[in-house]
Design a protein around this ligand. Structure first.
Ligand code: 3PY
Length: 252
């Protein structure tokens, strides 16, 4: 199997869509559209472990990567998600190398980490069919940490240098808020901070991703060297489609 980490290494810009509806049917529809990755958001959406599993199962037949953003980086959350085969994880608000190193340990079985062991009862291990899983689990896992605060920005080089952190992802909205520009993710000071973070991530030889706030922002981000970018949300597409058709008919 090809992990998201391997795909990132291929160097082709990877375009993603944010799934915030927390719905299997919506996830299946989006999985059919040709995106490189879909992100199931457990931080800012009404997702439970059960709804995440349902969406992952709906997406599984399609050639699109499933990434899950955890609500927070705790060992028990990692254990459950990895057992469910949710092998690509995005962790919000990572602010130090120590925090990042702990996240790596949550992904790994002893002696390299503290992940609890499960195989026959683990979807991640193909319910025991993958007999090498305990020794090869790391090959499936992609750990992405999110830089979205002044502290994260200050420590981005050290965070990027942590072995086992596979990629770093910029959250421009939270970063804007942290830098005193709430609601203005494209403020020049935020853009300069994003460029500074990108340079540090690239210098560490790691791929960088970003939550683009418009198609133009996504194109600009890829042109600057971002390896992956989300280009919208399922809710945003629903809202813009609904408003467009309503305005079209009312205006006619
Ligand atoms: C941000 O832009 O801050 C994000 O976390 C995207 O959801």
């Amino acid at each position: 199997m090809t992990s998201f980490r391997d795909k990132l290494r291929e160097g082709k810009p990877l375009i993603g869509l944010w799934q915030a509806l927390a719905d299997n049917y919506a996830a299946e529809i989006c999985a059919r559209q040709g995106f490189d990755w879909l992100l199931l958001d457990a931080e800012h959406s009404p997702n439970t472990i059960q709804t995440l599993l349902g969406q992952a199962q709906a997406i599984a037949p399609f050639p699109v990567e499933t990434i899950v953003r955890v609500a927070f980086g705790e060992p028990v959350v990692f254990k459950q998600y990895l057992d469910l085969g949710l092998h690509s994880l995005l962790v919000p608000m990572v602010e130090s190398a120590e925090q990042a190193a702990n996240l790596v340990r949550y992904c790994r079985f002893p002696p390299h980490g503290i992940r609890g062991v499960s195989s026959a009862t683990s979807r991640g291990a193909d319910f025991g069919v993958d007999t090498d899983y305990l020794h090869n689990a790391d090959k499936h896992i992609t750990l992405i940490v999110q830089i979205e605060s002044r502290a994260g920005l200050d420590n981005v080089a050290e965070i990027a240098a942590v072995d086992g952190v596979d990629a770093l992802f910029i959250g421009p909205s939270d970063l804007a808020a942290s830098l005193g520009h709430l609601g203005d993710p494209l403020h020049p000071e935020v853009t300069a901070a994003v460029d500074q973070a990108l340079a540090a991530i690239k210098a560490a030889g790691k791929p960088a991703g970003i939550f683009a706030v418009s198609p133009q922002h996504a194109r600009d981000s890829f042109a600057k060297g971002f390896a992956f970018a989300s280009v919208g949300t399922d809710i945003g597409l629903l809202i813009s489609g609904a408003r467009t058709v309503l305005a079209d008919v009312r205006g006619a």
